[in-house]
Ligand binder design. Structure first.
Ligand SMILES: [Zn+2]
Ligand SMILES: [Zn+2]
Length: 164
C-alpha cells in the first residue's frame, strides 16, 4: 500500500517525485524536500545542460538529475526555488555592499584621524624644538649676565676668587 501512495518519507505531505529517486539506495523524496536540502544545487555544465544536484538524505550519496527528466509542474517549482535563491543572494550582496561601504567610511575616518595625529605630532615636535632652543639661548644669556655681574664685582674691588 505504502508504495502505491508514493508518499515522501521525509515530510509525509507530498508525493515523491519519480525523478528524485537515489541511484544508490533507490529511495525517493519529494521536490519540496529536495529544494530544502542544503546540498541541493542547480548546476550548468559547459554545453548548457542543467542538472539538479543533491545528496540523498538517506544514504548521503550525490545525485545528478538532468532537468529534462522533470515535468512542467516540477520545472516551475525548480524555477521558483532558483529565483528565491537568486533574490536572497542579491539581498545578501546588497548587504555586503552596504557593510563594505561602512567599512570604507570607517577606514577613511581612521586615515584622516591618523593624518591629523601626525600633523599634531609634527606641530608638537616643532614647538618642543622651539622650547629647547629658547632654553639654550636663555642659558647662554644667563651665563653672559653672570659673567658681566662677576666682572662688575671684581672691578669694584671684590675678590675674584669668591665668584668662580
Ligand atoms: Zn517531502
Ligand atoms: Zn540514497
Amino acid at each position: 500500500m505504502m508504495s502505491e501512495t508514493k508518499e515522501c518519507l521525509i515530510c509525509n505531505n507530498n508525493n515523491y517525485s519519480d525523478n528524485l529517486h537515489c541511484h544508490i539506495c533507490k529511495k525517493s523524496i519529494c521536490l519540496n524536500c529536495c529544494n530544502k536540502l542544503e546540498s541541493r544545487k542547480s548546476v550548468m555544465i559547459a554545453d548548457q545542460e542543467i542538472f539538479i544536484k543533491y545528496n540523498c538524505p538517506y544514504c548521503r550519496n550525490e545525485n545528478n538529475k538532468h532537468i529534462k527528466l522533470f515535468n512542467k509542474k516540477e520545472l516551475l517549482e525548480i524555477y521558483k526555488n532558483n529565483l528565491i535563491c537568486y533574490i536572497n543572494s542579491y539581498k545578501k550582496n546588497k548587504n555586503y555592499d552596504f557593510n563594505l561601504n561602512i567599512l570604507k567610511n570607517y577606514n577613511n575616518t581612521l586615515q584622516n584621524e591618523l593624518q591629523r595625529k601626525n600633523e599634531e605630532i609634527n606641530r608638537l615636535s616643532e614647538t618642543l624644538k622651539h622650547v629647547i632652543n629658547t632654553n639654550k639661548n636663555n642659558t647662554v644669556n644667563y651665563e653672559k649676565l653672570l659673567n658681566l655681574y662677576k666682572n662688575c664685582l671684581v672691578q669694584n674691588g671684590y675678590n675674584k676668587k669668591y665668584y668662580q
